[in-house]
Design a protein around this ligand. Structure first.
Ligand SMILES: [Zn+2]
Ligand SMILES: [Zn+2]
Length: 139
């Protein structure tokens, strides 16, 4: 039996496999982000979860991951991509104690609850309510 102090971890990575990471549990509930930047960079509405920033580690491709600042981010948010296959993997905010992960980049997201739609006010015209809570915006 695993010691209580070791809550375990999950692993994930990009489509081509060059970039791999490990994220310490517990991961936060999944949010779907409807902000304009996420839509433009991912082509849709990415699902994010997060772990403690000090519980996150790149286990392959650390020198390859490319960070791109969000041009309209007031919090200095940056997105991390694989430069070889283009996968959107990570989101970080300067000074934030969390590292945000795209839930779709996890090898296995089983058991992580889906919680909330965020930036709902800027959702795309094709997105309809599904009964889950929404947060209109952050300001
Ligand atoms: Zn890749
Ligand atoms: Zn977003």
């Amino acid at each position: 039996m695993r010691p209580v102090a070791d809550a375990g971890h999950r692993e994930g990575g990009c489509l081509c496999g060059r970039i791999r990471y490990r994220a310490a549990e517990p991961l936060t509930a999944i949010t779907i982000c409807h902000c304009t930047e996420c839509r433009a960079t991912s082509g849709g509405t990415p699902a994010h979860t997060s772990c403690a920033a000090d519980g996150f580690a790149l286990t392959a491709g650390a020198g390859e991951l490319r960070w791109f600042p969000g041009p309209t981010s007031e919090t200095g948010g940056e997105r991390g991509f694989c430069p070889t296959c283009g996968s959107y993997l990570l989101f970080r905010i300067d000074g934030d104690a969390r590292m945000y992960l795209t839930a779709g980049s996890l090898d296995d997201a089983t058991g992580i609850p889906f919680d909330t739609h965020i930036w709902w006010a800027s959702r795309a015209p094709w997105e309809a309510p599904d009964g889950r809570p929404t947060i209109e915006r952050y300001d």
